[in-house]
Design a protein around this ligand. Sequence first.
Ligand SMILES: Nc1ncnc2c1ncn2[C@@H]1O[C@H](COP(=O)(O)OP(=O)(O)OP(=O)(O)O)[C@@H](O)[C@H]1O
Length: 340
Amino acid sequence: MALWSGVGQAASMAQLAGVDAYGLINMIVEAVQTVKRNRETCQLLARRVKMIGDLLQQLESTQLMQHHETRNPVVQLEETLRHTYMLITSCQDSSYLNSCFMGGKHADQLREVQNDITFYLQLFPLVSFVDTSRTWEQLLSRSRPFATQETMDALHGVHPTEHEDRLRREALHATESEDPETHLPSKFEKDQHTSQVKNMEELANIFGVEKEAGLSKFSFPQIMAATDNLSWRNMVGHGGFGYTYKGKLPNGLDIAVKRHEISSLQGPAEFRAEIELIQNLRHKNIIKLLGYCVQQEEMILVYEYMTNKSLACIIAGKFLLRSGSLSLNLFLSFSASTYL
Ligand SMILES: Nc1ncnc2c1ncn2[C@@H]1O[C@H](COP(=O)(O)OP(=O)(O)OP(=O)(O)O)[C@@H](O)[C@H]1O
């Protein structure tokens, strides 16, 4: 763009080759001030060229020149602007010879570039539309929290911690931005939310949780019903993953419901690890994982409930298993006979 100032008024088409649209527009606007012939036509041309310049300015921040369909019109426009500039500078020459030889031709050529410039003025809203659509598409694809490739990466163990950290952050973000009192979620937000739910389910399904014999998938209403709506009266403890509540299933079985707390530093990775490891460690002395609940942003683990008495019998306390960033606490309840 800075090139234009060095070109001067006696430029040839070759000299103008390196000047971009903005530079040419500035040159045209300046040159028009000193035209001696076809003044009105030249001024009209300059006004239209200026309009194109203003439109281009709006698109300047985008990647207009990087894509074939938006770059082509700009390149063509530059060609037309060069012709326009040449014509306007020749209108600065009021000599007798120039008017004898160029008179009629000038008028025709000016009409021609005027038509071209009008055409670009009509075309630019379309160019801008294409450009805006692409920008939106890029923004949307960046905002889509869980691309299929990422899910595949998680499946194949590629950067699992990064991916899972992102799952947690997105879930946190979703809850922060959604205030049911004041905010009706848009379709985009709903899609995002559905996508999160879907991916949480994938997280559980990836490891064949549902196929595992004896492991139940609880719905959130079932959890609510079992724990008197997660009432504080039923709260029996708090750990790194979240609060634990005592509950009762319709068949009378006492359960411990470990609900993931959104502010917890643990997340889907620990949730998955707990499910995976505890399944592999089935033993009568190891606290039994009965099932899980993954619904909306909820991640809940359901264990058999251990009475105070059986907890008191824990001789090994907790076994802390660490694998990378994952940690898992297992309560081992040893019966008196095992102990003795
Ligand atoms: N199956 C269970 N039956 C009865 N109470 C339980 C059961 N599981 C957990 N609790 C109670 O909930 C509390 C929190 O347990 P949790 O495993 O979440 O945390 P933690 O033992 O502090 O481990 P960490 O913070 O490292 O995850 C326990 O201290 C215990 O009081």
